[in-house]
Design a protein around this ligand. Structure first.
Ligand code: SD4
Length: 327
């Protein structure tokens, strides 16, 4: 390692890790998530619906396909499933009863695309991909994103299922607006893949916080907040209260910490540490998953209960994430 690199590693991790949030990094430095193994192809994604998404993504990778195609195909499975009430079709609406979707995608060259506040389109991730591939822009929002999608041949649909509508009508009785993340009201899918060539891509898609204010956009479509990849280093996805992730640009932070030498596990712990240090974390859940170029992975959450799906070495399984608050 060059002297300069040693200096950066020591300097930045020293300053960030031990001075700012000593409890996490210094106590656990060098420790890997006990579930972490190296190797790729690998697909990792948030929450239980990740199992089906991983399966679709890995199918592409084992045939020698690109990570970018794998991540898009993977999260489309969750977007299309009306039983998943936090992503795409069947997602819970905002306080006005409108299903508004956020998504982003990023490839190994640093190209990226995103949509925010998009209505009526079942697969926001594929609209994000088209923005990445066919426009000079990164993000389209609201009516402009819808217009673009329709021009590209996407079909306008009603995404509010009767089940989601019923839940909204029940919520309306009290109309209590609490932007609080708990087990019932979130489950964004963030998915990362490293293909056989060792190239990395990521995708993230969500209907966001249920009962959110109309027009509210969370972290999920923000490159660097809800998801970020850098082909020299690794990638990260976030789930949970988007406002807390946006305030700390969590996914970008985690990738940059890995660039300075942190393991995926250490980097996730440090990013959660920033939230704990500066925000009232008691009533908010945030979870991160991260991988590096070797196919090591890590995860960390504020509270107990976060889990993720890992497809590696021929096995596709759920793993409980470690957390800052243990119970
Ligand atoms: C948001 N981060 O809109 C998303 C919600 C989420 O798991 O992740 N839920 O704030």
């Amino acid at each position: 390692m060059s002297n300069r690199r040693k200096f950066i590693k020591g300097g930045i991790l020293g300053a960030i890790g031990t001075a700012i949030f000593p409890r996490i990094i210094s106590a656990k430095k060098g420790r890997q998530n006990s579930n972490s193994k190296s190797g790729f192809p690998i697909v990792i994604s948030t929450w239980e619906h990740g199992i089906a998404a991983n399966k679709a993504a890995m199918k592409i990778l084992v045939d020698g396909g690109r990570a970018i195609d794998a991540v898009e195909s993977g999260v489309r499975v969750s977007e299309a499933d009306p039983e998943i009430m936090s992503v795409g079709f069947g997602g819970l609406p905002d306080r006005e009863g409108k299903v508004t979707l956020d998504a982003c995608i990023m490839d190994e060259t640093g190209n990226c695309g995103a949509v925010s506040f998009l209505q009526h389109i079942k697969h926001p991730i594929s609209v994000a991909r088209k923005i990445m591939d066919e426009t000079p822009h990164v993000m389209l929002s609201g009516i402009g994103a819808l217009q673009f999608a329709l021009e590209k041949g996407f079909i306008k649909e009603n995404l509010l299922t009767s089940k989601a509508k019923k839940k909204w009508q029940d919520w309306l009785k009290e109309s209590e607006y609490k932007p609080i993340i708990n087990v019932e009201n979130h489950d964004t899918i963030g998915l990362l893949a490293l293909d056989k060539k060792g190239n990395i891509s990521g995708a993230c898609t969500t209907s966001g916080l249920s009962w959110k204010m109309h027009g509210r956009v969370g972290d999920s479509p923000i490159i660097g907040a809800g998801m970020y990849v850098d082909n020299e280093v690794g990638g990260c996805c976030a789930t949970g209260l988007g406002e807390a992730v946006m305030k700390t640009l969590g996914s970008f932070l985690i990738v940059e910490l890995m660039r300075q030498g942190a393991t995926p596990q250490e980097a996730c712990e440090e990013a959660i540490g920033r939230i704990i240090k500066n925000q009232n974390y008691k009533h908010m859940q945030i979870g991160y998953i991260a991988i590096n170029k070797k196919g090591d992975h890590g995860s960390f959450a504020v509270h107990n209960g976060f889990n993720y799906a890992l497809h590696q070495g021929g096995k596709n399984q759920m793993i409980d994430s470690p957390s800052f608050v243990k119970k």
